[in-house]
Design a protein around this ligand. Sequence first.
Ligand SMILES: [Zn+2]
Length: 848
Amino acid sequence: MAERKSYRLPTTVAPERYELTLAPDLANWTFTGEEKISLNVHEPVREIVLNAAELELHSIELRLADGKVLPGQPSLDAENEQATLSFSENVPAGRHELQIKFSGILNDKLHGFYRSTYKDENGRERRLASTQFESTDARRAFPCWDEPACKAVYQVTLVVDEKLAAISNARVVRETALRESGKKRVVFADTIKMSTYLVAFIVGEFEASDPAMVDHAPLRVWAVPGKKQLGGFASDIGKFSLEHFSRYYAIPYPGDKLDLIAIPDFASGAMENLGAITFRETALLVDREKATRAELERVADVVAHENAHMWFGDLVTMKWWNGLWLNEAFATFMEMLAVDAWKPEWRRWDSFTVSRAAAMQVDGLKSTRPIEFPVERPEEAAGMFDVLTYEKGASVLRMLEQYLGDEAFRAGIRLYLRRHAYGNAETTDLWDALEESTRQPARALMDTWIFQPGYPVISVEKQGRSICLTQRIFRYLRDGSDQDRKWHVPIFLRAGTKSGVVQKTLLLTEREQSIEFDDAADWVVVNAGGHGFYRVRYSAELLDALKRGLQNRLSAVERFNLVNDTWAATLAGLTPLPDYVGLIELLHEENDVNVWTTVIGSGHHLRRILDDAQCTELARRLRQLFTPAVERLGWTPKNGESELESQLRGDLIGALGTLAEDQDCQRRARELFAQYENAPDSVDRNLLPALVAIVAHTGAASDYEKFCNRFKTAKTPQDETRYLFVLANFRAPELIDRTLNLTINGDVRTQNSPYLMRGILLNKHAREKAWAFMKAHWDEMIRLYPDNAIPRMCEGIVGLIKPELEADAREFFAKHPVKQGAKQMEQHLERLHVAVLCQKRWQEFLHS
Ligand SMILES: [Zn+2]
């Protein structure tokens, strides 16, 4: 018999159905509960082990199949978050019922069964309770078999104040008033067979939108009072994406209703509880008339993502947390498909290149990890919610889909879901289904991307009528290790020859391969279409040919990749900085928002690395680049322009006024913001973020006061976060101090404070103060903030680009390890080191 790891539950006993009653007490932030669990005991046992954390167990009874009742004694193991129930005699094999009464606290850490508050229109604090169980926090709400493979049916009952709404995974079957106590008992229908981490209960003064029907299921959007009218946009994409997925998967939505609920305090973006998806407010509630295109896209993305999980994750679930990527990469991939189908004019797969680039940035580090790797203790699963699981995972699925063909790919997905519905699966099950339906070697191809960290850079050279491709691992820091790594690289290639444009697709499995053309190629695009998760490095001759035809030989995504790959090569010391700057200076005719996003992003990065004199020169050259582009677009929307054009105008003006320090632009932005204050509708909504950023960048105390007040009185979640997070961009020392103080003084929700802190660390003028402040208040921050936010807050240290700050950061984190994000912390420190090396390397840049 294999040795059982201490944190894993024995497999001798399996739960089949929970009848769960919970009574939250919002006045005291506590709850009591009672559960009856139908068990299948596979072999006789003396004790039953299940998960429980921060719970008190009051009475335990086991009712055997023959009617005999055995009382149980609990002993709690806090470290492994388990309760061992001992019985006075052997429990025989068979079906029995375990009954437990328990109580717990509604905690303030945004996990388990937790508290949340908001102010009503009279400024009075209102209270509510919600749940967040993924990965392993259902055990804080009720004793359970808290492992994804222990699927069971849940019948939930909530006992709550009469005036409160009560929501759980399934529809309400009965509501009974309990007259003497002023409470009511709300009984919900049985759920499908599912994992504990998907169970949810939400209790508070929520209001719902009118239901939109999706087949048999009503879909509603819920918000605290006063915000219901912000749910229409989410309801639309909710209905569209749910229908889209039921067609794509060829399986109807598995729940009996779908509630989308905005929770004022929420640790992540959203959580895919079957039938009761919870969101942070910015990811669900939005004013479709006033929000920017990017803000609307965020809501559409998150809603589509969570809906995709109803099948991928909820209906079919990973066996253990090492397979988390199966859930998240797929939901991210499906989110793109759905949003792209809903609003083709947003060109969602094009903007996905920005997410892919973010994953490639982390995956080019020595401290990266494979998409799937062994997760031992369940809390380690917390560290897997990162760009490698989501964005790299989705990117390699997209690459596979493009290589296999979308219909063949979809057929494999359908087979996989049908085969494992209501059960659990592993990565290998997915390859089985894809190979069966496509007859293509999906496993060999994907194993190199899923189980191997990093990615290759493909070098491209011309040799007569042939193009020679060579793959080698891409790394920002080259120490000669891992050079023998190879990938099965789907290569999409387009070449311009004398006889016309030629396209080829091939699978590069060896180190090198030559492709012969009938005529010599004048130019060639490798990674044509831009779906590949790799970089390309052209010989000087081939690069020159592409530079000569940037706008006519390359698509927008291909230009994005050319700029982004060159920037990465620059950071890695493979390409001199002047060459990169020379490349972006060729973009004066560029009109694609994503290409500009990567240019602007690299500009901000450079600004943090370079010294003041160099920054002045950088700003001068960027003014020359941005000014004509802004002049071409103008400051006001043109009739009939696309939403992407409106967004581009905002992005470019924002960059011209901050990064490029254009004084004329700064003056004009201030005037327009003043106009916005008097007549909000007279200013294009996509311009607002730029105006706010420029005012903060050049801002004084009076501006700060104004924004702070707007943050506190905002009517939409988007305005609230816009005016909050921009406070990190002010430059005056006393204003930096005020923002730092906001991160711990209780004025900002703990769901937002860590991200505000990250923003201040990334502000070049604030970084030293911010770092000192974070060190001084570290223990307090750890106590206040949700656990998952700590490694994300610490991403801000990549801005501490000075050798002495880097050394100090290393020393500090050696003494203060972030255990739920050890890998991410290593990555942040390596990114910082890459930037410090660049700073040394570029000391001469722009002075010569
Ligand atoms: Zn997800």
